[in-house]
Design a binder for this molecule. Structure first.
Ligand code: EPU
Length: 303
């Protein structure tokens, strides 16, 4: 699985399947049920850490052309789950349709982004407190929420298949999007209808560039990683807390906490899942000790 994850970590999958169409997908689900084999769905492999010994499961990737279709109806985009985010950004920009700009630079597919309700927290301006610890405590006491954007807010409906092979259309009111989670994870996501709005093409292009540059300036994109490792705790940022715990650059094996963004663990070359898990443990302990905050993983860990 190291060839199918952005972390470049993970042993073999028992089965790795890319169904050619809906019929094959249904057949696969039927067989999985019959032989009682779990199914793990991956998109671009960007938010996962897979065990060094591999996974005894069917890893399912919707990668054939039928799962990559894109249509526009007026200001709406109907997009299949296997499409990568960078592609819908390009196409919507060309159509002068706005709403997805904040996804610039996220290495994911539409299906993955919907299941995880991918998004960003807007940059928070540094405030002047004598000690940074005071800042952290003050923010959490106020329970202040940082401003966020996420893909869920653009969704009108989602077409899914349940694990019995039945196709359903879930309307906005049936879908629960939370912070980096949704109730879509219990289905196989087939496509989504997203509501966008008209905007000047140049403005869209500039905004995409702004988001992309911000990411380039604040995150080390030159090394393999799984994106942010921990969710932001309420009213705070995991990256800030790990940074204030003095852990930037901390290394176990070939896994290292990024010096650019402390909520990133980089695979320097041959990191193992074990290295990463040990480093995550250490981070959780240090942050708990220093700030009494328990960090929850954002990445999915397949043991
Ligand atoms: N910060 C530090 N030290 C660090 C990193 C961050 O002090 O090492 C501070 C920054 O100075 C800033 C604040 O923390 O004031 C927030 O940082 P940033 O703008 O990078 O946002 P974030 O909350 O750390 C979130 C998403 C990222 C997304 C950025 C884009 C989560 C867990 N992460 O990060 O998403 O790229 O916003 O703004 O919500 C991901 O989900 O995989 C991911 C990388």
């Amino acid at each position: 699985m190291q060839d199918h994850t952005t972390f470049k970590i993970g042993g073999p999958a028992k089965y790795f399947v890319e169904p050619k169409d809906i019929q094959e997908l249904k057949l696969l689900l039927k067989s999985a049920k019959r032989y009682n084999i779990p199914i793990l769905v991956i998109g671009a492999g960007s938010n996962i850490l897979i065990n060094d010994n591999g996974v005894r499961a069917i890893v399912l990737r919707l990668n054939s052309p039928i799962f990559k279709k894109i249509f526009f109806h007026n200001n709406r985009l109907n997009v299949a789950s296997g499409v990568v985010l960078s592609q819908i950004l390009k196409l919507t920009q060309k159509q002068g349709l706005s709403g997805l700009e904040f996804l610039a630079g996220i290495p994911g597919t539409v299906g993955g982004a919907l299941a995880m309700n991918a998004g960003i927290s807007k940059k928070i301006k540094n405030q002047s407190f004598d000690k940074l610890e005071d800042y952290v405590l003050k923010r959490s006491r106020m329970g202040q929420k940082s401003k966020t954007k996420n893909i869920g807010s653009l969704v009108e409906s989602v077409k899914v298949m349940d694990y019995n092979g039945k196709i359903k259309i879930l309307n906005k009111k049936d879908i629960k999007f939370g912070y980096r989670k949704s109730n879509l994870s219990k289905y196989i996501i087939l496509s989504a209808l997203l509501k966008l709005r008209k905007r000047d093409k140049r403005e869209i292009e500039n905004e995409i560039k702004r988001y992309f540059n911000y990411r380039k300036e604040t995150q080390d994109l030159s090394r393999a990683s799984a994106g942010c490792i921990f969710k932001n705790p309420k009213g705070n940022q995991a990256g800030r807390l790990i940074d204030l715990s003095g852990l930037k650059g901390k290394r176990i094996g070939d896994a290292s906490i990024s010096r650019m963004h402390a909520n990133f663990i980089l695979n320097l070359s041959n990191a193992t899942a074990k290295d990463v898990l040990k480093l995550m443990d250490l981070v959780r302990k240090e942050v708990k000790n220093k700030f009494n905050v328990t960090l929850e993983p954002e990445i999915k860990i397949w043991q």
